[in-house]
Ligand binder design. Structure first.
Ligand SMILES: C[S@@+](CC[C@H](N)C(=O)[O-])C[C@H]1O[C@@H](n2cnc3c(N)ncnc32)[C@H](O)[C@@H]1O
Length: 306
């Protein structure tokens, strides 16, 4: 996690917000959230682990009237144990709650409900069965992710979506163990695997997978495979040079000044040649009235012909 440098500047676009949220996952979040909206599904949103707000800003954009968005992060607070503290110090040392709020408010008029505490408190703060979408992206250590998945299960509505970040990254084996354990022993049904995230539900994944496959098959910027494992259909998507989906710019966005059009290419000899002065009126008159000047060369040519 070394590619997310904190900055002090106001973001103009989502791409300016530091974080770990690849274009493929931006597209998938957008698709899942818009599908829920189209189906008339209403429910709250929850993110565990916001960092500078990159994924939270996108989630907040899909909040419908009457829905609530809650986020939870340690920010500058103490982690509940030494391993989690070491993780936070190593990867998120520059994080402040103020930086998150500054970024979020660059794109939205109001903040979500912010819980500045370990994610283990979230079950006390968010009511069971209320959320349609939960993003689990806080600590990447097994015990914490195990607890966060349990909380997500309780908090989600029956057909809600949970997203588990870094479920197969080389440096986060604890997330892999917790994620596949949830699939094998805790009833989680995978809907889709991106390079970085597992999208799952405790509801029925089949209709969702069918629609998702239809959408993914039409895209030329997605590599797709479908495999069966332990009774689960695993839909795997990877980016093939995908660009992030369109997202409204922030209130601080300044459109780039269009570059002035390049000068029309002019042949070097012409460009270097000084412009010939327009002939004076007297010269033009002389040209019209006087007989043409016969040069010595013309006289010689005439003499040779005769
Ligand atoms: C990978 S970052 C989140 C990235 C973010 N979702 C994005 O899109 O860029 C993980 C975040 O989890 C927070 N975190 C770490 N341990 C936590 C814990 N036990 N409870 C709550 N948040 C925690 C860190 O402070 C950090 O901001």
């Amino acid at each position: 996690m070394t590619n997310a440098q904190a900055t002090d500047t106001y973001p103009g676009e989502l791409a300016d917000v530091p974080g770990w949220f690849p274009p493929l996952d931006q597209m998938l979040f957008t698709w899942f959230l818009e599908r829920q909206q189209k189906q008339g599904m209403r429910g709250d949103l929850l993110e565990l682990g916001v960092y500078m707000g990159k994924s939270a800003i996108l989630l907040g954009h899909h909040l419908q009237d009457g829905e609530k968005f809650t986020v939870c992060d340690l920010f500058e607070g103490d982690a509940p144990d030494g391993a989690n503290q070491a993780e936070a110090t190593k990867s998120y040392a520059s994080l402040t709650q103020q930086a998150f709020e500054r970024n979020y408010l660059s794109f939205h008029d109001t903040l979500p409900t912010v819980i500045a505490a370990p994610s283990s408190v979230v079950s006390e703060k968010v009511a069971p069965g209320t959320c349609r979408f939960v993003h689990v992206d806080a600590s990447h250590l097994y015990e914490h992710v195990y607890g966060d998945i349990g909380a997500a299960h309780d908090i989600l509505m029956p057909e809600g979506i949970v997203v588990l970040d870094d479920f197969r990254s080389e440096h986060t084996p604890g997330v892999s163990v917790a994620a596949w354990e949830a699939v094998l022993n805790r009833g989680l049904r995978p809907v889709c695997l991106s390079t970085q995230k597992l999208y799952g539900t405790w509801g029925d994944p089949e209709p969702l997978q069918e629609e998702l496959l239809d959408m993914l098959r039409q895209r030329t910027d997605v590599g797709l495979s479908v495999q069966e494992a332990a009774g689960h259909r695993l839909v795997r998507a990877r980016s093939r040079g995908m660009k992030p989906p369109p997202f409204p710019p922030s209130r601080h966005y300044v459109a780039p000044v269009p570059a002035s059009p390049p000068a029309a290419p002019v042949a070097e000899s012409r460009a270097a040649r000084p412009a010939r002065p327009a002939p004076s009126r007297a010269r033009r008159l002389a040209k019209d009235l006087l007989p043409p000047v016969v040069t010595r060369a013309v006289r010689r040519a005439r003499a040779q012909r005769s």
